[in-house]
Design a protein around this ligand. Structure first.
Ligand code: NZQ
Ligand code: ZN
Length: 388
């Protein structure tokens, strides 16, 4: 294990009806509020009215920024920054999915920064310590954004999807009511399940030695998704399955399994490059790329892929090499994702080989990416080609 520091101050307010805690939580941070939300799902499910009623009870002054896109855009973030500055707001309430929360984080960091917020998103400069405080109400299980300091933003002018991580934008509190996720459609439910598994993979396939506890925690999350997702996609209104999935998503990316290890993140870098060029759902892209990434790394280091297969899909080790087990593990993962309805190839989204070079370019944040197995540009190009 490597030395590490860990601090996660986000207060979780989990369970049915927890929306009613907003009036208690918010006043500590201020009553001039930017309310950030997406394309309208919160209005359809009656959540918008509930939030407004909570805000009225505390006499809040509210400015709204609706219409945050899935794969949120830099231009929307810049709009939010201007709204806060013009109206001297002191708190951001983000109500929605990972995209809404990520946009809120970039807005929060951009307000006290004199330059272009893209400098922060691309980690050229750090997020300021006086970033605007944020609270969230999460409406879809998957990204873990409700309890982490990550924000992923797309600049459409340059086809670049970049991310930053800062403790200064960690939500002060997050409301997690599984009931609010019941309206998530089947495809988005599948994407969320895939994304949760991928977040575990990125940390499970790490570049460090001896982290057995972190790996076991990751396997527990993976097994829970494998048990729950097939039941959930066939019973979308089931509160208990929604509850389990929501907590899975939070624990998969709140720093718990990254303690003491250097995570890999290549699959995410490759997917971010794909969705920066083609604007596809993040979890869909991840479902397509992951098996090809895993095949690539299994050819170099099959042992952890084999371990994953044995411990998560109960593969029988008897008489098999790690390479054979790894191949079975990848096959099991492909079959599992296909069985819940995840896409399997980029052409499912109408993507052909035209932009392979641009996507390869965008994925390569450095000369080599990844820490379990490091990937060169040529490796990334090959993984993308295999994903077509
Ligand atoms: O925009 P609305 O109308 O709200 O609809 C959304 C959107 O169309 C809908 N939705 C959300 N909650 C709903 C609902 N529909 C019905 N009922 C509900 N209760 O679902 C669609 C997708 O929403 P989005 O927020 O885009 O999904 P997700 O949470 O998967 O977020 C994806 C974004 O997060 C980034 C991704 O790259 C992508 O930009 N990521 C953020 C991470 C983080 N902050 O740690 C890590 C991830 O790896 C990921 O990269
Ligand atoms: Zn993800």
């Amino acid at each position: 294990m490597q030395n590490f520091e860990f601090q996660n101050p986000t207060k979780l307010l989990f369970g049915k009806g927890q929306i009613s805690t907003l009036k208690k939580e918010i006043p500590a941070y201020g009553k001039r509020i930017l309310l950030v939300y997406g394309g309208g799902s919160i209005k359809k499910i009656g959540l918008y009215e509930k939030v407004i009623s909570e805000l009225k009870e505390i006499g809040a002054f509210v400015i709204e920024l609706g219409g945050v896109e899935p794969n949120p855009r830099l231009t929307t973030v810049q709009k939010g920054i201007n709204l806060i500055r013009e109206n001297q707001l002191d708190f951001i309430l983000a109500v929605g999915g990972g995209s809404v929360i990520d946009a809120a984080k970039a807005i929060a960091a951009g307000v006290p920064y004199d330059g272009d917020v893209w400098d922060i998103v691309t980690s050229k400069v750090s997020a300021p310590s006086n970033s605007v405080p944020i609270g969230t109400v999460i409406t879809i299980a998957g990204t873990g954004s409700e309890m982490n300091g990550n924000s992923v933003i797309t600049n459409w002018e340059t086809n670049t999807k970049a991310f930053f991580n800062s403790s200064h934008v960690l939500p002060r509190f997050s409301v997690l009511d599984p009931e609010l996720t019941i309206s998530v459609p089947r495809d988005q439910t599948v994407y969320g399940s895939v994304d949760i598994m991928s977040h575990v993979f990125e940390q499970y396939f790490h570049g460090s030695s001896h982290a057995p506890l972190q790996e076991r925690i990751g396997e527990a999350i993976l097994r829970t998704v494998v048990e729950t997702a097939p039941k959930l996609v066939n019973d979308l209104n089931n509160y208990e399955y929604r509850e389990v999935m929501l907590l899975n998503g939070t624990l998969a990316l709140n720093g718990l399994t990254a303690m003491g290890v250097s995570p890999d993140w290549s699959t995410h870098l490759i997917e971010h490059a794909v969705s920066a060029v083609h604007d596809i759902p993040h979890g869909g892209g991840i479902a397509i790329i992951t098996p090809h990434w895993m095949e690539h790394v299994a050819a170099v280091r099959p042992e952890k892929v084999a371990q994953f297969g044995v411990r998560v899909f109960d593969l029988d080790r008897a008489g098999k090499t790690d390479a054979e087990l790894a191949a079975e593990a990848i096959q099991s993962l492909k079959e599992f994702w296909k069985s819940i309805g995840a896409p399997t190839k980029l052409s499912d989204y109408g993507i052909d080989d035209k932009e392979i070079e641009l996507m390869t370019e965008r994925a390569m944040l450095a000369d080599q990416i990844g820490s379990y197995v490091s990937l060169t540009k040529e490796d990334v190009r090959k993984i993308l080609r295999n994903s077509l």
